[in-house]
Ligand binder design. Structure first.
Ligand code: NAP
Ligand code: MG
Length: 462
């Protein structure tokens, strides 16, 4: 795993304008594993200028050729998938099998989907006496978090490039090595200089400079709601396109007719996966009062099995944050069934898989995004009550519904204020639009909907 000491700008690794660096830490053993430059507004400006200069030629490149470059990118991600998984494991701390299957596997699927979409998408259509063209928006500023470090990069860069946009990426400070590795694969794929540029750095410095840069046409941000609100406000003031993928507090609604053991088992696995650092995680499990005690027992047994197998959270700050939420749950009167605030290990940013029962909908742990391996089990009296609780947060990113038959589950899912719902354990679909209702965000990623975020329309009348 190599750390570059420069920025990838205009097709080459170039020295940063300043001398500050960011230490990359392995969350399992707290050792420094590399250093990357901490970019400034000057680096961002150089990258935006490169992206602007490359834009006309890339926008004019036939979609089939853009598709060929994306297919090459996908193939290189496949060829380097072990290295990707090892890099994500080193800087995020996720267990290697999960890094291989998800952190490396999903971006490969997404890159492949955009290679195909670029080749087949209708960039031009006839509407009565008009021809409507779908044209690239321009220069994209992409700001990504650390929890799915490569997926969140590819979910922005692949559709942007498919659309004919050029990109400047500011990845999370905790996971810059994965971003640097991605820049290497872009270079190997023969994507022209300036089409993709990387500036590593801190959010309030490099991130903010990118979000505020007057020559960026669209800002695509994934991260916290607090930062997302500021980025949305900045973009609004500049009348600039913006896409926001923010937090979540998703409900896993288990209706009385469901297979309870399966719904609870899959629900616990969903929350513990990636150490709870998944914005769409079903962190609230809603169970009918008649099945409540049985569900709590099943969830406790499932969570205990995780014990030592889950990875750490990303850094000391997140560990402290998650532990303070667990303390708060206890203080507000929830019952700790498994886990707790104590560190399970001397070293590393570990948090025990934790399950709370007797959680009421208004408690802090039922309202705020914890971003750790913490599940809250909430009791409901009837379907109307379940719906009110499920919809009773500021968020609306994801959710799950379990029922004896699909029709019943679908009827309930249609009443949820949320962007995606898994029915009876439905699988992740890399072509399905992903994004939030309410304060979980604006816009959609993935598939054709994700591509359209990077396009604007022009109508010619005849
Ligand atoms: P964050 O601070 O919002 O970070 C997301 C990205 O935005 C990072 O690249 C970050 O840089 C950058 N950033 C930070 N401040 C900025 C600013 N003022 N202007 C422009 N860019 C800025 O989120 P975080 O610190 O990684 O995590 C905090 C919380 O966000 C989590 O606990 C969780 O609740 C939520 N989160 C949600 C998602 C999601 O997918 N919805 C993903 C990750 C986190 P730095 O890396 O330097 O901070
Ligand atoms: Mg941050």
């Amino acid at each position: 795993m190599k750390a570059h000491d420069g920025m990838y700008i205009d097709g080459a690794w170039r020295p940063a304008a300043g001398t500050d660096t960011i230490e990359v830490v392995n969350p399992v053993d707290e050792q420094v594993i590399g250093r990357v430059p901490a970019g400034t507004a000057e680096d961002v400006d150089a990258a935006v200028r490169a992206a602007r200069a490359a834009f006309p030629a890339w926008a004019a490149t036939p979609p089939a050729e853009r598709a060929a470059r994306l297919a090459a990118l996908r193939d290189i991600l496949v060829a380097r998938k072990d290295e990707i998984a090892e890099t994500v494991t080193a800087e995020l701390g996720s267990p290697l099998p999960f890094s291989q299957a998800v952190h490396a596997g999903v971006p490969i699927a997404v890159a492949g989907s955009y290679a195909e979409l670029a080749a087949t998408y209708a960039f031009e259509e006839k509407v009565g006496n008009s021809t409507v063209y779908q044209e690239p928006v321009g220069v994209v500023g992409a700001i990504t978090p650390w929890n799915y470090p490569l997926h969140q990069i590819v979910a922005k860069v692949a559709p942007a490039l498919a659309a004919g946009c050029t990109v400047v990426l500011k990845p999370a400070e905790d996971t810059p090595l994965t971003a640097q590795l991605f820049a290497e694969t872009v270079a190997e794929a023969g994507i022209p200089a300036g089409v993709f540029n990387l500036v590593t750095g801190l959010g309030p410095v490099a991130g903010q400079a990118l979000a505020e840069h007057p020559d960026v046409d669209l800002v695509s941000f994934t991260g916290s709601t607090a930062v997302g609100k500021r980025i949305g406000a900045t973009a609004g003031a500049a009348v600039k396109r913006v896409a926001l993928e923010l937090g979540g507090k998703s409900a896993n609604v288990i209706l009385p007719s469901a297979d309870l053991a399966k719904a609870v088992g899959v629900g616990v696995a969903n929350v513990m996966s990636n150490s709870g650092q998944t914005c769409s995680a079903w962190t609230r499990m809603l169970v009918h009062t008649a099945q409540y005690d049985e569900a709590v027992e099943l969830a406790a047994a499932a969570a205990e099995k995780y014990g030592d197998r889950i990875g750490p959270v990303v850094n000391a700050k997140q560990q402290a944050r998650v532990r303070s939420y667990i303390d708060k749950g206890v203080t507000e009167g929830a019952r700790l069934v498994v886990g707790g605030p104590e560190s399970p290990r001397e070293q590393g940013y570990f948090v025990s898989p934790t399950v709370f029962s007797d959680v009421t909908p208004e408690m802090t742990i039922a309202q705020e995004e914890i971003f750790g391996p913490v599940l809250s089990i909430i009791r409901y009296e009837d379907e109307a009550d379940a719906l009110r609780i499920a919809n009773g947060t500021v968020y609306g990113l994801a959710g799950a519904v379990w029922a004896g038959d699909e029709t019943e589950a679908v009827a309930f899912a249609r009443r949820l204020d949320t962007g995606q719902v898994d029915i009876n354990g439905g699988r992740f679909n890399p072509l399905a639009p992903f994004g939030g209702y309410k304060q979980s965000g604006v816009g959609r990623e993935l598939g054709a909907h994700g591509l359209s975020e990077y396009l604007q329309t022009k109508s010619l009348q005849f």
